[in-house]
Design a binder for this molecule. Structure first.
Ligand SMILES: Nc1nc2c(c(=O)[nH]1)N[C@@H](CNc1ccc(C(=O)N[C@@H](CCC(=O)N[C@@H](CCC(=O)N[C@@H](CCC(=O)O)C(=O)O)C(=O)O)C(=O)O)cc1)CN2
Ligand code: MET
Ligand SMILES: [Zn+2]
Length: 789
């Protein structure tokens, strides 16, 4: 039993709302249907509700600062006064308008775009249209943050007031506040250097720290006792200069402000464990789900007077916490650590859905195995009560938890012998194509006869309100199967017609019938359950509903063949079949914690392989197997990369290698930096890869200097996240840049990613320009070297 006070808190709570209220308010605001004040009142209402949930669960604090209208890094950019100058905001532009401009980009005015001719220089448009900030994965999650852009001379200045307003708001509602913000070193680490002259962004720390100190001083003046400063980069392998910067940084920040709880998560601290324990702050939070083995070391090294916050409740998954296992972790720490012990989720609850309430589609047994954010807050209270002895072993909550854990462990729904057998009996070479790429390329060129620089898209076309409404009606039962199917077929026909009109070379069916590229497959595969309302923010207003992988995976029937064959029947051009790959299905689902991820992934791979075979059998010559999540699945520590990459790329190859040489396999990747895993991407041996590159200005392709990607590649020529229509000229520039490092005969032309979040007008305009750019370049090249074409 702990001698010192035990309390519970959370590192953060989901911001969207149980009914995705923030999403709908944001989208209405962007459509001009509600003004900023109306949006702000939805935000305030959600914050109030979420703080109240924390109070109801007996948490010691309401955590303030985790809310954001789009992304917490973007909010921090404004707090620190470092909005990129390129946006050229006119004085007096409201804070929220500037915020959404950074997040979503600014469309050039039509007359300016029209004045762009092939002769204008790229910079001629500065101040007019502006692309959004680059967006990338938050560590190894499916959450995307906006990347701060820093120049050598970027000024920092305490500018935003939201954090302070929200603190006052919570205090007015009677909460004891713990403020939360991302720390200066993690902020700099996650930022990107911009500008001509190279510089080291760590050199900006000296200018940044005084602003953080001001923030802390201001919070203290507001009466805030604790600030949680997140420095998750302490779990990464940091260059020495970065880890050495922690001590002086926190000496400075410790002076002016409230007590600091330094929060680490997602990864073991390893060589930085001592450093984290000895920093001059009042407390340390560690992730005991990802690194239970380090708890003893942390208790040994952490000075006895400091707060130790133990993240025992999994903030990244939805399984109910095993109370006995959690107590077995907590008890020795409580005995060893004389200082205050806090119990928390491992990380912010941003990554799990809000509440199980309303999940009636899940059967009672499965439901009893789960805990979403609200239930997790409740679990914290039970652990606290058991640990401090205020309730006994006979507490009914404990009995209920134990029964659920036992039921999941013993359930016959989880294990299927035929699935295990298939994995065990895989023939040697099942993960290899029959012939090497060069031979396949010859066969495929003969089969498809595509022009140089073939144009294609990544799969999805706009998911219009009509499509969503039809699906919602179908779900509710007010639209029957036949009518739903007819309507989706009409959408597919529309997409095919538009692609033919635009002159694209390889067509797609458009994915109208899919709610989401992972959920759609999860719904059809055995071993997955799906929720009615288990939404998690992915970026901005966009959410996903990750399926729950609870048991062995099997494919009861073909999942995409009918739709694809129908689409192919409408056109003479090749129709790409469209599947989601095993690593991405794994990565974007809530997965089993009772077997290695590698094994779950292999099971999914066999199911996808069967689907690929059925497509091939049905005459589909090109199949794309999307793997956008392969990079984010990479362990945060390099030492663990190789085993992961081995099983992940093998799973992809297993899914892709059942076909003949004439079948062209594509894959697609986005939202990540791929430079450091190019050889492994090549080892996936897809015939064609389409990959996001435009937001980072084809930076990725720089890596091709040292590594020559062997197969064909379509580096994305425009960013699909913004409604902004790219000019022909812009895309020509990117293609020329790409052709410097990729053999022109290997180049494809495509957007960065799927177009489901876009509307048709901008989609058609952008694709028209894209096809135009490809044709212009084909012509130039044919004139320059007639023989080569
Ligand atoms: N799982 C996953 N992760 C991913 C991606 C992805 O595509 N999938 N892409 C990357 C970026 N992330 C993205 C994540 C989500 C969306 C997205 O568009 N999400 C949609 C929801 C998609 C969906 O599940 N739609 C369902 C449900 C739609 C819905 O909300 N329906 C309403 C009713 C709507 C109506 O009547 O009009 C309701 O149920 O209340 C459907 O189409 O059936 C959204 O937030 O709006 C886009 C990109 C990385 N990670
Ligand atoms: C996030 S990757 C998306 C790939 C998918 N085929 C689409 O076009 O939407
Ligand atoms: Zn993509």
């Amino acid at each position: 039993m702990a001698a010192t006070p035990l309390l519970t808190h959370t590192l953060g709570f989901p911001r969207m709302g149980a009914q995705r209220e923030l999403k709908f308010a944001l989208e209405r605001h962007w459509r001009g249907e509600i003004d900023a004040a109306a949006l702000e009142s939805v935000g305030a209402e959600l914050r109030a509700r979420h703080w109240q949930a924390q109070r109801d669960a007996g948490l010691a604090f309401a955590t303030v600062g985790d809310f954001a209208y789009y992304d917490h890094m973007a909010t921090l950019i404004q707090l620190l006064g470092c909005e990129p100058a390129r946006f050229g905001f006119a004085p007096g532009t409201p804070e929220l308008a500037r915020y959404f401009a950074m997040a979503r980009g600014v469309q050039a005015q039509p007359h300016e775009a029209a004045s762009c001719d092939a002769g204008c220089t790229h910079t001629a448009h500065e101040g007019a249209g502006q692309p959004a900030l680059e967006m990338t994965k938050w560590f190894d999650t499916n959450y995307h943050y906006l990347v701060p852009e820093l120049h050598a001379d970027t000024p920092f200045r305490l500018s935003g007031h939201r954090l302070f307003d929200e603190v006052a708001e919570a205090q007015a509602q009677g909460h004891r506040v713990k403020a939360q913000l991302v720390g200066p070193l993690t902020f700099l680490w996650l930022s990107k250097e911009k500008g001509q002259a190279p510089f080291d962004r760590l050199t900006l720390l000296d200018r940044l720290l005084p602003v953080y100190a001001q923030i802390l001083a201001r919070l203290k003046a507001q009466g805030v006792e604790w600030v949680q400063i997140d420095e998750p980069i302490l779990g990464l392998e940091l260059p020495a200069a970065w880890s050495q910067a922690f001590e002086p940084t926190y000496w400075q920040l410790g002076k002016a402000g409230p007590q600091v709880l330094l929060a680490t998560y997602f990864s073991p601290l390893e060589t930085q464990l001592r450093l984290a324990c000895q920093l001059p702050v009042a407390g340390l939070h560690v992730d005991a789900v990802r690194a239970p083995q380090e708890l003893t070391g942390v208790a040994d090294w952490l000075p006895g007077y400091k707060v130790l916050s133990v993240g025992v409740v999994d903030g990244r998954n939805i399984w109910r916490t095993d109370p006995d296992a959690a107590l077995a972790l907590l008890r020795p720490v409580a005995d060893k650590h004389p200082g205050p012990l806090w119990i928390a989720p491992s990380c912010s609850l941003l990554h799990v859905p809000v509440a199980l309430a309303g999940e009636e589609v899940l059967d009672a047994e499965l439901r009893s195995w789960l805990a979403f954010a609200t239930e997790k807050l409740g679990e914290l209270g039970l652990l606290r009560d058991l640990l401090d002895g205020s309730v006994q072993d006979t507490d009914p909550r404990l009995a209920e938890s134990r029964a659920a854990i036992a039921s999941r462990r013993a359930s016959p729904r989880v294990h299927r012998p035929e699935v295990a057998r298939r994995l065990a009996e895989a023939p040697a070479g099942a993960d290899q194509r029959r012939a090497p790429f060069a031979a396949r390329q010859v066969v495929q060129r003969g089969r498809f006869g595509l022009p140089p620089l073939p144009t294609t898209t990544i799969g999805s076309f706009p998911q219009t309100a009509a499509i969503r409404a039809a699906r919602a009606a179908h779900r509710r039962g007010t639209l029957d199967d036949a009518h739903y199917r007819a309507q989706m077929r009409a959408e597919i026909a529309l997409a095919v017609r538009k692609q033919e009109e635009l002159g694209l070379d390889v067509l797609v069916h458009g994915e109208a019938e899919r709610n989401d590229m992972v959920e759609y497959f999860g719904e059809q595969l055995d071993g997955f359950a799906f929720t009615a309302n288990g939404w998690v923010q992915s970026y901005g207003s966009r959410c996903v509903k990750p399926p729950v992988l609870y048991g062995d995976v099997a494919r009861p029937r073909a999942m995409t063949v009918d739709w694809t064959v129908y689409a192919q029947s409408l056109t003479a051009r090749p129709m790409k079949g469209m599947l989601t790959g095993p690593v991405t299905i794994l990565q974007w689902s809530f997965v089993r914690d009772d077997q290695p991820r590698s094994r779950s992934c292999e099971q999914i791979a066999w199911a996808i392989r069967d689907e690929v075979a059925d497509l091939e059998q049905a005459g589909i010559g090109i199949v794309q197997i999307d793997e956008p999540a392969i990079r984010e699945g990479l362990p945060l520590r390099r030492a663990l990369w190789k085993p992961y990459l081995d099983w992940a790329t093998r799973a992809f190859r297993l899914s892709a290698s059942g076909v003949g040489n004439a079948t062209q396999i594509h894959t697609h990747m986005c939202y990540s930096e791929f430079n450091d895993i190019l050889p492994e991407i090549a080892a996936m041996d897809a015939d064609v890869i389409t990959i996001e590159t435009s937001r980072s200005d084809m930076e990725l392709l720089g890596a091709f200097g040292s590594f020559r990607y062997p197969n064909e590649i379509g580096p994305g020529v425009y960013d699909i996240h913004s409604p902004r229509v790219p000019t022909v000229h812009e895309m020509l520039r990117l293609l020329r840049k790409a052709a410097e490092v990729v053999p022109p005969a290997h180049l494809w032309v495509n957007p960065d990613c799927g177009l489901k979040t876009r509307g048709w007008p901008e989609t058609e305009a952008a694709l028209r320009n894209m096809v135009h750019a490809a044709r212009q370049l084909r012509q130039e090249w044919a004139q320059a070297a007639p023989a080569a074409a």
